[in-house]
Design a protein around this ligand. Structure first.
Ligand SMILES: [Zn+2]
Length: 209
């Protein structure tokens, strides 16, 4: 399951920075990634929504991934702030949101592996182009700092990772995602990470009886 980030209850993603909105950057990269992943035999690829600009809560995004029993709930975002480059986040601890506690220890373990694979894909395709900010626990994000994990991760019953592909606030980073060739590179990095994860021996948690 590919989740193009925004619009959500946290942020619309519609604000234009350096000539592109996060909503647009995530959506266009997701479309390219989808077409790459559809070439993998036996892999069923779905996006959390079929239209570019539809509000969806983070809880509903997780429920969508759970309903599809996703091998991976992959969330695409772009960062903002003083930095630049790519960062891969995963839930490294249980969080709590509106009384719901999650994700499970097993989901955390598999999400960490997914984050490592996605990070390897980014290093391979973009290590010389973008700064590598490494793999981080979601507690280091603003939302994760409040709830312990991202809201979508708290409700996720499947492995999940969030890729902050680059910083839209950085002019160079933004120029990459604005160009079709740049998005192609981002999509190849993501697809490579997905392939690495799917190739692991037991990439998905056992389903509860
Ligand atoms: Zn975002």
């Amino acid at each position: 399951v590919i989740d193009p980030g925004h619009p959500s209850e946290i942020n619309s993603g519609r604000k234009v920075v350096n000539g592109v909105s996060e909503l647009e950057a995530n959506w266009l990269t997701a479309l390219r990634l989808e077409s790459l992943l559809q070439k993998i035999p036996g892999l069923h690829v779905v996006k959390t929504r079929e239209k570019r600009d539809v509000m969806m809560t983070n809880q509903d995004r997780a429920k969508f991934a759970n309903t599809h029993r996703a091998a991976l709930f992959l969330r695409l975002h772009c960062d903002a702030g003083p930095g630049h480059g790519f960062t891969v986040y995963y839930p490294d601890r249980t969080g709590k949101h509106k009384g719901t506690v999650g994700p499970s220890a097993e989901v955390i373990t598999h999400s960490r592996r997914a984050a490592q694979c996605l990070h390897a894909g980014f290093r391979h395709f973009l290590g010389k182009t973008l700064r590598d900010n490494g793999i981080r626990g979601e507690g280091k994000t603003a939302v994760g700092g409040m709830y312990g994990a991202l809201i979508g991760s708290i409700y996720s019953e499947v492995p999940t990772a969030t890729v902050e592909m680059l910083f839209l606030t950085d002019p160079f980073d933004a120029s990459l995602v604005k160009s079709p060739d740049g998005r192609d590179l981002l999509a190849h990095a993501l697809a490579d990470g997905v392939k690495r994860f799917l190739a692991l021996k037991s990439p998905r948690p056992r389903t509860n009886p």
